[in-house]
Ligand binder design. Structure first.
Ligand SMILES: C[S@@+](CC[C@H](N)C(=O)[O-])C[C@H]1O[C@@H](n2cnc3c(N)ncnc32)[C@H](O)[C@@H]1O
Length: 299
């Protein structure tokens, strides 16, 4: 180590406080916590293990930290900055061009797992609009024996889902397809066998996207957000595809936007003659998940 490097190490500032100042100056809530996450990422440790100024930091780490903090300060989502996201305890790779999984989608997966377990140990499940593969890999991980078919219209999303499934040792259980809604599964001849169709499709009304936080409106792919004029475009399209499938006992589980649950429930009821419709709230109390139970007499 050169004398200059040694001086730099000794002069290592309180980086977390510095990062927090930069991030709060960019109006980022939880700035200190995010600065800690970024530092933990650089040091390849957990945020709880980052001890301020306990060890001198190498100059490379300091400049990398400053670079990532400034990227985050330009409102790039934290998950794109550090390249990962913890979804139900599974560490997923995340990158620009693919939607960042959200905590409310964990409620969707937990609900599906709870509804599938009794009686359907080895179900065939579709994840429609798979993004990073969060839903597909979490179902495959928690329901060993399930065959999961993940579809996305975006080639980047398809690649990332396949990569996440491979990294988590789930490549045997998750097959990935590029295409529109159920089209690739119809072409592959697996759509008829689906016991569950799970989807977190775009549901934001087109006119509302520009008013969202810059992390979303400027950095996440529009095709992952835009649900058409009223936000319900993809629900209508998916329901009409499911309607054309042969009758089978089946679960349809959809994540929906604020104020959409009742309309989506009506779509399921009128299109699919469900024997039961249920809704679940997310941790913020919003009706977020709509479940349609189809028995073998109807669709
Ligand atoms: C809100 S994101 C959800 C991603 C992932 N399921 C999750 O929960 O993190 C919606 C996803 O649907 C995909 N998508 C949009 N239109 C689609 C279509 N017509 N067919 C299949 N996927 C589509 C987008 O590319 C995006 O990855």
């Amino acid at each position: 180590m050169s004398r200059r490097d040694a001086e730099d190490l000794e002069a290592a500032p309180d980086l977390i406080a510095e990062g927090a100042r930069v991030l709060s100056g960019a109006d980022i809530e939880g700035a200190r916590f995010e600065a800690k996450i970024i530092l933990a990422h650089i040091l390849a440790t957990k945020p709880s293990r980052v001890v301020i100024n306990a060890d001198p930091l190498a100059p490379d780490s300091i400049s990398r930290f400053r670079e990532l903090v400034s990227k985050r300060a330009s409102r790039v989502p934290l998950q794109y900055v550090i390249g990962t996201h913890d979804f139900m305890g599974l560490m997923l790779a995340c990158r620009p061009g693919v939607f960042v999984p959200r905590p409310e989608t964990e409620v969707l997966v937990e609900t599906v797992l709870g509804s599938l377990r009794p009686g359907r140990d080895r179900p065939t499940v579709a994840d429609v609009g798979c993004g990073s593969g969060a839903i597909a890999v979490a179902i495959a991980h928690h329901l060993p024996g399930a065959a999961v078919h993940a579809v996305d219209i975006s080639a980047d999303a398809v690649r990332l889902t396949a990569e996440n499934a491979r990294r988590l040792g789930l490549a045997q259980s998750v097959r990935v397809y590029e295409g529109h809604l159920l089209d690739p599964l119809l072409a592959a001849g697996v759509a008829d066998e689906l016991d569950a169709i799970v989807a977190n499709l775009p549901y934001i009304p087109s006119g509302e996207i520009d008013g969202l936080a810059p992390e979303i409106s400027k950095h996440e792919p529009r095709e992952a957000l835009d649900g058409g004029p009223d936000g319900l475009m993809y629900f209508r399209k998916l329901v009409s595809q499911i309607e054309a499938l042969p009758p089978r006992r089946r679960l349809v589980a959809l994540e929906v936007g604020l104020g959409q649950a009742r309309q989506v429930a009506r779509l399921l009821q009128s299109g699919l003659e469900c024997s039961a419709i249920e809704m679940r709230r997310d941790h913020g109390g919003i009706e977020r998940i709509v479940l349609g139970f189809i028995d073998s007499q109807s669709h």
